[in-house]
Ligand binder design. Structure first.
Ligand code: ASP
Length: 318
C-alpha cells in the first residue's frame, strides 16, 4: 500500500539547547506540530502532495517565530522582501517568487505562478502586480513586523554584514538561538506523487536585491516523482553554487543512491567543502522521509502513515 508522508523544516543553524527557554522551545514545537497537522490532513483526505506542502507552509508563514511571511527578517533598507517556491514532482511544474512585499502567504503566490501563469519565476514589483491581479491576499507592513527581527536588524543595519537570521540579544533573551529560519515542506501523497515547497524572508540586512537558494528551482527546492522532493535551509549561496536539491535527485537518478544516501552525500560531504552550513528535508515516491543537517540544529518534523510522528530541534533528537 502507498505510504503517505510529510516532512517540514523551520530553518537550520546554531540552535543550541542552552540558548533556548522552555517556553520558546514549546512554542517552536507547537508551531511545527500545527504545520504537520495541517499538511498531513490534506494527505489523509486524499489531497495532492502539492496542496499538502502548501497547507503546511501557510501555517509556518503565519507563525511569527519563523522567518517567512509574517515575522520575516528586514533588508538593509528596513523592509521585508520574501522569496518562495513550489514544485510538483508529477509533471515537473514549478512556481517561484522573489523579493515580494506585503504578500501574506508568498507560497500561495508561488502556487499561483505554477498553476495560472505561463512562467516559473517572477520577481519584485512584477510579482506583486501578478499577486494583485490574481487576488492573492496582501497585508500592510505592520502585519509582517516583529520587534525581535527589527532589533536584530538594528544591530546590523549600519554595517555591511548580513546575517543568516543570527540573533544577538533581545526579545528578553528569549530568542537567543542562532538559526536561519526559512520554512519548507515535502510530501508524498496517496498516488505516490511528491512535491516540495520553501518560503523565506532571506537574510537580515540583505541588500542589492539579494536572493537566496530557497526560490531557485534545483538549488533550494526541487521535486521529481522519479527521484525525490527536497526543501533546503541554510546559507543560501553555497546551496546555489552546489545546486543542492537537484544534486540529490541526480545522485539518485544517475548513481542509484537511495534518498538518505544522496542527501547525506550533499549535506555532509559536498556542502561542507563550500562552507555550506544547513540542511534539507526529503521524500521519495515510496513515502520514505529523510531529514539531514550539518548544523547544530534544525527545526523539523515528519509524519507518515507508517506511524512516524516526530518533531525536533537539536542534533540529538532522532
Ligand atoms: N537559505 C535561506 C537563504 O539563504 C536562508 C535560510 O535557509 O534560512 O535565503
Amino acid at each position: 500500500m502507498q505510504k503517505i508522508s510529510l516532512a517540514i523544516h523551520g530553518g537550520a543553524g546554531t540552535i543550541l539547547k542552552e540558548d533556548m527557554t522552555p517556553e520558546l522551545e514549546k512554542a517552536y514545537l507547537k508551531g511545527l506540530e500545527d504545520a504537520l497537522s495541517a499538511g498531513y490532513a490534506v494527505l489523509e483526505e486524499g489531497g495532492s502532495s502539492a496542496n499538502a506542502v502548501k497547507a503546511a507552509i501557510v501555517i509556518l508563514e503565519d507563525n511569527m517565530l519563523f522567518n517567512a511571511g509574517r515575522g520575516s527578517v528586514f533588508t538593509k533598507k528596513g523592509v521585508q522582501e520574501m522569496d518562495a517556491a513550489i514544485m510538483d514532482g508529477k509533471d515537473l511544474s514549478a512556481g517561484a517568487v522573489a523579493g515580494v512585499r506585503n504578500v501574506r502567504n508568498p507560497i500561495e503566490l508561488a502556487m499561483e505562478v505554477m498553476r495560472n501563469s505561463n512562467h516559473v519565476f517572477l520577481s519584485g514589483k512584477g510579482a506583486n502586480d501578478f499577486a494583485i491581479k490574481q487576488g492573492i491576499k496582501l497585508e500592510p507592513d505592520e502585519f509582517f513586523f516583529s520587534q525581535f527581527r527589527y532589533d536584530q536588524w538594528k544591530q546590523l543595519r549600519d554595517s555591511d554584514n548580513y546575517s543568516l537570521d543570527h540573533t544577538h540579544q533581545h526579545l528578553e533573551e528569549l530568542m537567543k538561538d542562532k538559526k536561519f529560519g526559512t520554512v519548507g515542506a515535502v510530501a508524498c501523497d496517496c498516488n505516490g506523487n511528491i512535491a516540495a515547497a520553501t518560503s523565506t524572508g532571506g537574510m537580515t540586512n540583505k541588500k542589492y536585491g539579494r536572493i537566496g537558494d530557497s526560490p531557485i528551482i534545483g538549488a533550494g527546492t526541487y521535486a521529481n516523482d522519479k527521484t525525490c522532493a527536497i526543501s533546503c535551509t541554510g546559507h543560501g549561496e553555497p546551496f546555489i553554487r552546489s545546486v543542492a536539491a537537484y544534486d540529490v535527485s541526480c545522485l539518485m537518478e544517475y548513481k542509484g543512491m537511495n534518498l538518505s544516501e544522496a542527501m547525506n552525500e550533499v549535506v555532509n560531504i559536498k556542502l561542507p567543502k563550500l562552507d555550506g552550513e544547513g540542511g534539507m528535508i526529503g521524500v521519495d515516491a515510496e513515502g520514505n522521509v529523510a531529514l539531514v543537517f550539518n548544523s547544530a540544529g534544525m527545526y523539523r518534523g515528519a509524519r507518515s502513515s507508517d506511524g512516524t510522528n516526530f518533531v525536533g530541534i537539536y542534533k540529538d533528537n532522532v
